[in-house]
Design a protein around this ligand. Structure first.
Ligand code: 5GP
Ligand code: ZN
Length: 140
């Protein structure tokens, strides 16, 4: 039996309140929601993070996440939706099976977004140049 909790949920070996599925993707409620309706969208096959996902599977996850977001809007009257994905331990990933958080938001829910900073003078251009080169090398 897999030790990965999301593989076990995907195969029906562990329980979850599931919402929707496609042949390769499953959406189910997060057990510890930020707000009611907080949903996780996962690939049924094991991939550790977003960086490991094949493009077509990533696309299918995005499509399911958007359907869930629409349902959160119409059913739970979400005023906004945050999509979140923690990839890697430094990013706060706890379950190492790729998943998108779809979080319904309300004006009064009191949640704060990430703190932001300023670049030191000249650094924004340098970082932009580094990343542009890397992306051009990938053919992006
Ligand atoms: P992350 O890896 O992005 O930090 O978060 C993992 C998420 O999975 C958490 O929000 C946590 O509440 C949720 N989670 C962990 N174990 C289970 C589980 O067994 N069932 C469900 N439904 N959610 C889980
Ligand atoms: Zn897994």
């Amino acid at each position: 039996m897999s030790t990965c909790i999301f593989c076990r949920i995907a195969s029906g070996q562990a329980p979850a309140v599931s919402l929707a599925e496609t042949p390769r993707v499953l959406a189910f409620l997060d057990i510890a929601p930020v707000n009611y309706g907080h949903t996780l969208v996962i690939p049924k096959e094991h991939h550790e993070s977003f960086l490991d996902l094949p493009d077509d599977l990533w696309l299918e996850m995005g499509q399911v996440a958007r359907r869930v977001a629409q349902a959160l809007r119409t059913t739970l009257f979400a005023r906004g939706i945050n999509l979140g994905m923690n990839n890697g331990d430094a990013a706060g990933q706890v379950v190492f099976h790729a998943h998108i958080h779809v979080i319904p938001r309300y004006l009064s829910d009191g949640l704060m977004l990430f703190p932001q900073h300023n670049y030191l003078a000249g650094d924004m251009e340098k970082v932009g140049e580094q990343l542009r080169r890397a992306l051009a090398g990938q053919g992006a």
